[in-house]
Every structure is written in structure tokens, then in C-alpha cells.
Ligand binder design. Structure first.
Ligand SMILES: NC(=O)c1ccc[n+]([C@@H]2O[C@H](COP(=O)([O-])OP(=O)(O)OC[C@H]3O[C@@H](n4cnc5c(N)ncnc54)[C@H](OP(=O)(O)O)[C@@H]3O)[C@@H](O)[C@H]2O)c1
Length: 371
């Protein structure tokens, strides 16, 4: 199990590797002992491609099911069935698979319809849920046995910040109803890395690469938990290979990363010609300046009060089931490479993080308060 020390030294070691371009040449995984037939519902968005690539490299026969709208040319050599989770599932009929991985579902009826259709035709149903299912974030070390959120109206179909967790909890139930003890429920926290179009973690390597005075939020020791989409995707395939069932939080690394370690680890490996100064500004000052956790300062939620357990959820079950973590350095570098592969227009407008002028204003206000 990685400790904080091995994680950080791994970050530095990977930084050295990155400098020599060695990480780019990482070996492909070995072939699995037995090729499996794996149906991936989705497959072409954020986490799906990491599963598809790893499964193909391991020698499995992958089928993707989606509408053919998102990244339709991504995997020309992988079988593609076209359909729609909103009632057009006929392409899934009269086929059999060893396992199904359901990536994009939030609505319980999406899971119900596909799981009921496939329960006699597939050996395992893996549903990608979320840590947002939990009702309560106030206690440190909460695990999979903690209660999940419920909805006042379980028939609601609008996906909002208020309904997302409750809908995912109901969707989990649909997977369990159809597949019983052959269901695997994965509850990731913030998923980061290449392919992430929310720009939440991405904001930090991009901002630090720009250099200069960087606003750093709150207590430097505030805990952070993230999961690299590649670690999540590859582990998902290993859960299928090992026929691992049950419900697991998918978050890491070992719940021991702090905000200072995250920003410092990114700074250690991100190339930049302008030196970086991190300005740590307390949470109450940021609140007074209307700087919002998570949206203005992505990844950061002050771990106190109702969020005291945020960033400190147990991942022991997942680690026991083989979840592993890349070094932060690899995640930071790969995220930046992904960012640079996007169009100039997309690069210019991040979807998360404080605007540069506001950031400069908050740092100036903090400096004058301290003076
Ligand atoms: N981002 C995070 O930090 C985070 C954290 C916790 C949990 N999660 C969960 O992680 C999952 C992320 O999934 P992802 O988007 O990365 O999955 P993905 O498999 O990479 O991409 C979404 C896929 O769903 C397909 N799709 C969308 N609408 C469809 C429809 N109506 N019918 C059939 N296929 C459809 C898309 O293709 P087409 O458009 O071509 O149909 C695409 O292939 C979600 O369940 C989310 O709740 C995310």
C-alpha cells in the first residue's frame, strides 16, 4: 500500500522519468491468462477509453455500446454497437458477455433496463457510481457501510447537485436487483487526468505551468483525495478478470494527500519558465472575497463541519481488491499533455478555477491585509 512518503518520492522519481521522456514509453500490460468478452456501456467519454485501451492490451474482446456521438472515431478496431440508453437497446439482444461495465448512467432506469436485459446473458455487472451517494461527509474514515442519500421524489429525472447522489444510489440498487451478488459497484471520488473535460484538477497543472503568483486555498494540510482515470479504468478491468464483486470506494492515494503536497508535487514536475510563488490564503478570507471552494479553487473543500470527512474516506476495500495509484507526477504531466492536445479555443477557456484577474485581486487584498 503506498504511504505518503512513497507517494511523494514516487512523484519526484516520476518527475525525473518525465524529464527523460521515459514515462511516455511505459510498457503495455501483459496479456491476461484468459481472454474475456467485455461489454462497455459508453466507452468513448472520459473513463471509458482508459478501460477500452487496457482491456484490449490485456487481450480481451471488447464491445462498446453507445449512440456514436462522442468521439466516434476513437477505437476503429473495437466492436461498436449503436443504440441509446433511452429505450433503444435492441443491439444488445441475443448476445452474451462475461461482464458488462456501465459507465455513464445516473438515471436508475438506464441501469434497470440494461441490467434486466443482460442478467441472464452476462456474468457480472460493474456499475460506475460515485462517492456522492453518501448522505453524510462529516466523519473521518467513513466506509462503504455508511448510509446513502435518499430522494424525496424517487421518480425525479432532473440531474442536479441535489439529486445526483440519490439517483446514483437508486441506480446502484437496480444493478444489485438484477445481478444480485454478481454486481460490482464502484464509487469513485473526483476522477482526474487525461480526458477530463471538467478541468477541475486540470486547472492546477495549467495554472502552475503559467507561473507567477498562484492563489493556494486554505490550510495547506487540508486533505485531498483524487483518482487518476487510468488507475480507475485499469482496476475496473482487473475487477472483471478477478470476478470481484461488492461495493467499493475508488479513491486515493490512501487518503493521505494534502493540498500542499498536491500543489507542491505538481510544481515539482510541471515545466514553466516563470517561477511559481504559492500564496496560501485562509479559508475565511477567501469566503469573504467570495472565492468558492471546488469551483473557483478546484479539488479544495475545507475539511471541517459537515465536510470534515471529505478527503478522508476509507479506500481500504478497494486497495484490498487491487486498486493501485500512479504517482501524482504522472497524473500532472499527463493532464497537461492532454490539455495541450486540445484546441486553442478550448485551452483558453477552462471550465473550473478562478479567473486570472480575480486571482490577482484576491492575492493583492490578502497581502495588504497582512501588511
Ligand atoms: N468525473 C468525476 O469526477 C466523477 C466522479 C465520480 C463518479 N463519476 C461517474 O463516472 C462516470 C463517468 O463516465 P464517463 O462519461 O467518463 O463514461 P464514458 O464511457 O467514458 O463516456 C460516456 C459514454 O456514454 C455514452 N452515452 C452517453 N449518452 C448515451 C445514451 N443516451 N445512450 C448510449 N450511450 C450514451 C457516450 O457515447 P455517445 O455520446 O456516443 O452515446 C460515451 O461513450 C459517470 O457515471 C459519473 O457519474 C464521475
Amino acid at each position: 500500500m503506498p504511504t505518503r512518503r512513497t507517494f511523494i518520492s514516487g512523484s519526484i522519481a516520476a518527475g525525473t522519468l518525465l524529464a527523460t521522456g521515459a514515462l511516455a514509453a511505459q510498457k503495455k500490460p501483459e496479456k491476461a491468462s484468459r481472454p474475456l468478452r467485455i461489454l462497455i456501456l459508453g466507452g468513448t467519454g472520459f473513463i471509458g477509453p482508459h478501460q477500452v485501451r487496457y482491456a484490449v492490451d490485456r487481450g480481451h474482446k471488447v464491445t462498446m455500446f453507445n449512440r456514436g456521438k462522442t468521439n466516434p472515431t476513437l477505437f476503429p478496431n473495437v466492436e461498436h454497437l449503436e443504440g441509446d440508453r433511452n429505450g433503444k437497446l435492441d443491439a444488445l439482444e441475443n448476445r452474451e458477455w462475461d461482464a458488462v461495465i456501465d459507465n455513464p448512467s445516473t438515471l436508475p432506469r438506464w441501469v434497470r433496463d440494461s441490467a434486466q436485459l443482460l442478467k441472464e446473458k452476462a456474468g457480472q455487472y460493474v456499475f460506475i457510481s460515485t462517492l456522492s451517494v453518501y448522505k453524510d461527509n462529516s466523519k473521518v474514515g467513513m466506509d462503504e457501510s455508511d448510509p446513502v442519500a435518499t430522494l424525496a421524489d424517487p421518480t425525479v429525472e432532473q440531474i442536479t447537485g441535489e439529486t445526483y447522489g440519490g439517483l446514483k444510489a437508486l441506480a446502484e440498487e437496480e444493478a444489485r436487483k438484477a445481478f444480485g451478488d454478481r454486481a460490482t459497484i464502484i464509487r469513485p471520488g473526483l476522477i482526474v487526468g487525461p480526458g477530463d473535460n471538467t478541468d477541475r484538477f486540470t486547472y492546477w497543472p495549467v495554472r502552475i505551468a503559467r507561473g507567477g503568483d498562484v492563489l493556494a486555498p486554505g490550510d495547506p494540510n487540508n486533505p485531498v483525495q483524487i483518482i487518476d482515470a487510468r488507475d480507475l479504468g485499469e482496476w475496473t478491468i482487473r475487477l472483471v478478470e478477478n470476478r470481484t464483486f461488492g461495493t467499493m470506494n475508488a479513491i486515493g492515494p490512501a487518503g493521505q494527500l494534502t493540498m500542499a503536497e498536491m500543489l507542491g508535487g505538481i510544481r515539482a514536475v510541471v515545466p514553466g519558465s516563470v517561477p511559481v510563488t504559492l500564496h496560501w490564503v485562509p479559508a475565511d478570507f477567501l469566503e469573504a472575497q467570495k472565492v468558492a471552494p471546488w469551483s473557483d479553487m478546484p479539488v479544495w473543500i475545507p475539511a471541517e463541519g459537515e465536510y470534515a470527512g471529505f478527503g478522508r474516506r476509507s479506500n481500504q476495500k478497494a486497495i484490498a481488491a487491487g486498486l493501485t495509484f500512479r504517482p501524482l507526477a504522472d497524473t500532472a504531466q499527463a493532464t497537461l499533455e492532454f490539455h495541450h492536445s486540445r484546441s486553442e479555443e478550448r485551452r483558453a477557456k477552462l471550465r473550473a478555477g478562478i479567473a486570472p484577474e480575480r486571482e490577482a485581486g484576491v492575492i493583492a487584498a490578502w497581502k495588504s491585509k497582512k501588511a
